[in-house]
Every structure is written in C-alpha cells, then in structure tokens.
Design a protein around this ligand. Sequence first.
Ligand SMILES: Cc1cc2nc3c(=O)[nH]c(=O)nc-3n(C[C@H](O)[C@H](O)[C@H](O)COP(=O)(O)OP(=O)(O)OC[C@H]3O[C@@H](n4cnc5c(N)ncnc54)[C@H](O)[C@@H]3O)c2cc1C
Length: 270
Amino acid sequence: MTHDDSGHEARAVRHGPFPVQFRRLTVLRTERVTPRVQRVVLGGEELEGFHSAAPDDHVKVVFPTAQGLHLPVRGPSGLEFPPDITPPPMRDYTPRRFDADRGELTIDFMLHDAGPATAWAQSARPGDVLGIGGPRGSLVVADAFDWYLLLGDETAMPAIGRRLEELPAHARAIALIEVEDEREHQAFVSRADIAVRYLHRRGAAPGSTTLLDDALAALVWPDGEGFVFIGGEAGTMRRLREQVIEARHHPRAWMKASGYWKPGVSNHHD
Ligand SMILES: Cc1cc2nc3c(=O)[nH]c(=O)nc-3n(C[C@H](O)[C@H](O)[C@H](O)COP(=O)(O)OP(=O)(O)OC[C@H]3O[C@@H](n4cnc5c(N)ncnc54)[C@H](O)[C@@H]3O)c2cc1C
C-alpha cells in the first residue's frame, strides 16, 4: 500500500490526464426525473470506447448553436474551433450512468433560471445532437474505507447518486443533500448501508443557505476511517471543506471538494 505525504495510505488515486476525445452524440430519450432535474440519455457510434472510472468524473459538454454542433480540436493554445465558427458554450457535467452494452450515457441536468446548458436541456428531444469531451482524468477512491460522507446540492446529486449505487455491500455511506423541497428527492438503489438526508431550501436562493454547514456541524461522525466528497455551490463547498479539515481534523488526502457553480458567474469550476 502506498502512502501520501501526510502518511495516510493513498486510497484515493488520480488516473490521467488522458488525451481528451470529443464525441458527437445523439439524444435517445429524455425524462423529467423531478421538477428541476432533466435526465438526458445519449447514444451514437462515437460513444464506442467511452470510459468513466469514478462517480464524480466530469465531461465537457459542447452545445449546438445556430451554426450547428462544432467540436473543438486541441491546438497549440488549447481547444480551438475553425476561424469562421463562434466558439459554442461548453459546461461541465457528470456522467450519471454509462451502459457500454446498451451504448447509453446518461446526464442529469439541474434546471435553474438561465444559461445555455439549462436552456438546451429544457428543450432536448430525441434526435438532437450534443458533444462531449473527456473524462480527462478520475480520482479513483478505494472501497476499503469504513464510511463515505457525501455532501452537496442538486448539481452534485449525479456524482453522489452514482457513488451510492457503485459502493460495495460492506460499505457505509451518509449523504446530506440540499434541494428545493421534497419534490426533488431521488431514490437511490445501493448494495451498501446508506443514509440519505435531504435539506430543503424552500424558496431561498440556491447557494444562499447554511443548511449543509449546520447539518454537517450536527452530524455524529462515524467511527473508523472515511472518505468525504463535497460538490456544489462554490462558497458553500469552501466552508464545508474548512469545517471538515479544521473542526473534524479530517485528512485532506481522504477528501475531494469541488465548486460546481458560483452565483452570478457563468461556467464556474474550482
Ligand atoms: C465537475 C462538475 C460537474 C458538474 N456536474 C453537474 C451535473 O451532473 N448536473 C448539473 O446539473 N450540474 C453539474 N455541474 C454544474 C454545472 O456545470 C453548472 O451549474 C453550469 O454553470 C450550468 O450551466 P448553464 O449554462 O445552465 O448556466 P451558466 O451559463 O453557467 O450560468 C448562468 C447563471 O446561472 C447561475 N447558475 C449556474 N448553475 C446554477 C445552479 N445549479 N443553480 C442556480 N444558479 C446557477 C450562474 O451563477 C449564472 O449566474 C457540474 C459542474 C462541475 C464543475
């Protein structure tokens, strides 16, 4: 077993970076899972060879514009489009489920007030085209931890749901998820011993509450060694990460925290 610099066993191992392959996919079907979550199932020949090693992987989604769907190529200064093409909007999304046998990739879009991704997802129909690139890399977390603590809002629900569904039977997981209200609950099927607790905003603006901070502070921390995942609004994520490290003295190596969006900012990622 390898160790990281802090002396903790390296049970969260980075895979990649891999060369990013962009793929042109087609919408096979859509489903409104909850009032605010639009599920889009994608397929097509170019899905061949797609691989996603970790539940919180992300792909770069490329949206069609009035000029059609144009995928970037990697040039000397990053991703490039032909000179006559206005670069299309691109956003990060989680591969919620990938079924290689059926050739289906599922992405869950949380619908919010405005933005090209939300607008596209809201009106997506079978036959529509969409581009994806990646995943570029994965943080593969061992299933040897005594427990997993998963914290986030609706945008992290695909990563949290996939983790819960992929955990082995001996694992234990606690998920604290902030959503608008009970209509946004999703049921997760898992072999593991899971406890999912939803926290309701009830009209407060997303990213404006301390519901997750308070629930985390009140949580009875399980015994043994655990892995913590945090995803969602950037400010909340930072506070939660600080609480986990400062107040709970949890090893940084056994945690992953990502800011998935930021109020007033398009296409935020940290
Ligand atoms: C690694 C990663 C994985 C992600 N996975 C998913 C996923 O699987 N599903 C998912 O739904 N999202 C996911 N997100 C978040 C998603 O990429 C952002 O919410 C994105 O900004 C949405 O794009 P947009 O075009 O709809 O809005 P943008 O054009 O980016 O933003 C327009 C406005 O909407 C605001 N905004 C953006 N997101 C939200 C939100 N969730 N709630 C309220 N206001 C918002 C912005 O602050 C801005 O003011 C992920 C993000 C990252 C970094």
